[in-house]
Design a protein around this ligand. Structure first.
Ligand code: VG1
Ligand code: CO
Length: 540
């Protein structure tokens, strides 16, 4: 029976960089999830007759939310929902399913790299028919609907069995439970030279993949162990848990410390990698060699043709504006178009759909291509393995060969997390107000040459997105970006991105190579005084 439940709008249901993210407890409040889902239906022009993909990264509330969404979709007349088994799908696997099933869209339940569990975060993201995150026109429509929602429809029925593969009916709607891994694994096998990677492993190349108790465990096991022949022990923390084992599933040197300790120690394997809560981020690390995500993007741009799926070369590359310009150097050398977009994968969608970019990346450990419309952690891992299998180099050798050819962009991001929101907003506002007058002026040890509030005009549909971060350039070529995070759930997070270029002298600690830019940032923005923090919480 269809129930129509009266409700009232709930404040703050505004999707950020990547969907709506709130505390799990907030999502468990009466009507909270239901209001937002009903707003999605309104924002997409109704769900009646549509086919959706649905799944999440396994964090607390994942399965409950799947059951609620299925009953709401059925009550509003959806034709079919394709669900990952047990409600699980990684973000890139969901994107792929939307595409191969020609679905109208999909809902991904994840707060990605944010911690999960009863005290952690939960999130809901809507993806469109191309498999990618909804553009701002759609997320704005969803938010607007959330401000006026007065009722929602839900089927009064028993929970569905999400463990058994196959099709069931719920009201007038079909629910097809599919294997979460197999389509995605087949896609990877079609893009990369699995024989070469298998041969590399057979020759004694060792690896460790850290799934961080999140969604990639089952995917990594199937691909790395079952299909590529790595030993079972190559995948650590492989069982997804609702609280990610109490960890913070963000694959960077700070949060993936267990893997980092191994890779920097005497028993390091040849290759280490990790992914995040929902499987779209990646960290690449060699023996005693951390590869910054910006460098990883550049190395992939220079070598992707070694993988069969990219043998014909790249149409173009794209990076988010704060990502280092290492990839720009490769694009220039190879004569490829190169785009700089605002932060967030949704801005790559049009470039990928239009065939203008094949490869995209973000400094936040996101890399991907036109094979799906999301960033893809395991894809990046397999791309690296394919490159190493083809070149027969260590990670350190590959990095040095890259810097020898293209030079090195030293790069670092400093995050000040959960700071006072008003103070962080004021810091940005004050600097933004001064941008016009900064060119030619000193900033600590450097001199500003250009300063702008980054605005992006999408070259495909002409849409303009303004206010995407403060970007400053200095004499000598260094660059500084400041912006506020759009994925946090507590206070504000200030991100400070710093970059400088070196044609040689590659073997420096980035924090030392970037000392002048760090000092310039402090001189310009007064970060420590304004935020009351002596140092950043996370340095990547
Ligand atoms: C962060 C990253 C951004 C990434 C986004 C979603 O956003 O900086 O590059 O696309 O997270 O990643 P923000 O607004 O907090 O800087 V995921 O893996 O958390 O969906
Ligand atoms: Co993620």
């Amino acid at each position: 029976m269809i129930q129509t439940i009266p409700t009232t709008p709930i404040d703050g249901q505004k999707p950020g960089t990547s969907g709506l993210r709130k505390k799990t407890a907030t999502f468990r409040q009466p009507h909270y999830l239901e209001n937002f889902i009903e707003s999605i239906w309104t924002g997409i022009g109704g769900v009646a007759g549509k086919v959706l993909v649905l799944g999440g990264d396994g964090r607390a509330f994942n399965v409950d939310a799947v059951q609620i969404i299925l009953k709401m979709a059925a009550a509003s007349g959806a034709a079919k929902v394709i669900v990952g088994q047990n409600g699980l799908l990684s973000t890139p696997a969901a994107s792929h399913l939307i595409r191969i099933r020609s679905a109208d869209g999909g809902i991904i339940l994840s707060a990605s790299h944010n911690p999960g569990g009863d005290d952690g975060d939960f999130g809901v993201k809507y993806n469109t028919a191309n498999g990618g995150p909804a553009p701002e026109s759609v997320t704005n429509a969803i938010f607007k609907a959330s401000e006026t929602v007065t009722e929602y429809r839900i089927l009064d029925s028993n929970d569905l069995d999400l463990g058994t593969l196959g099709t069931q009916t719920l009201g007038g709607m079909q629910v097809e439970v599919v294997d979460s891994v197999s389509d995605f694994a087949a896609l990877m096998e079609s893009l990369f030279d699995f024989d070469a990677i298998r041969a590399l492993f057979a020759d004694g190349f060792t690896l460790r993949f850290d799934a961080m108790h999140a969604i990639t465990g089952p995917y990594a096991r199937e691909i790395l162990v079952n299909r590529l022949g790595a030993p079972e022990s190559a995948v650590m923390n492989a069982t997804p848990r609702p609280d990610f084992g109490g960890g913070h599933p963000d694959p960077n040197p700070v949060w993936a410390h267990e893997l980092m300790a191994l890779m920097m120690g005497p028993d390091a394997p040849d290759f280490g990698a990790a992914s995040d809560g929902d499987g779209d981020r990646n960290m690449i690390v060699g023996r005693a060699t951390y590869v910054s995500p910006s460098d990883s993007l550049a190395v992939i741009a220079a070598n992707a043709h070694l993988a069969p799926g990219y043998a014909k070369g790249l149409a173009g590359v794209a990076r988010s504006m704060p990502t280092s310009e290492a990839v720009d150097r490769v694009a220039e050398a190879r004569g490829l178009p190169c785009y700089a977009t605002p932060t967030g994968w949704k801005f790559f969608g049009n470039l990928l759909d239009a065939g203008r970019a094949t490869l995209c990346g973000e400094e936040s450990a996101g890399t991907g291509s036109d094979h799906v419309r999301e960033k893809d952690g395991l894809w990046a891992v397999l791309m690296w393995l394919n490159i190493l299998a083809s070149k027969r180099m260590s990670v350190a050798e590959a990095m040095h060969a890259h810097w020898d050819e293209f030079g090195r962009n030293f790069y670092s991001r400093h995050d000040y997390e959960a700071v006072d929101k008003a103070a962080a907003e004021e810091l940005i506002a004050v600097l933004r107000a001064r941008l016009d007058k900064l060119a030619g002026l000193p900033a600590g040890p450097l001199v500003v040459t250009e300063a702008e509030d980054f605005s992006y005009t999408d070259p495909v549909d002409g849409s303009v997105t303004a206010g995407q971060g403060l970007q400053l350039r200095f004499e000598g070529g260094a660059r500084l970006v400041l912006r506020l995070s759009g994925t946090g759930t507590e206070g504000a997070t200030l991100r400070v991105y710093m970059e400088s270029f070196a044609a040689d002298a590659f073997n420096q600690d980035p924090q030392i190579a970037l000392a002048d830019v760090i000092a310039a940032a402090e001189a310009l923005a007064g970060i420590k005084t304004r935020l009351g923090r002596a140092q950043p919480d996370v340095v990547t």
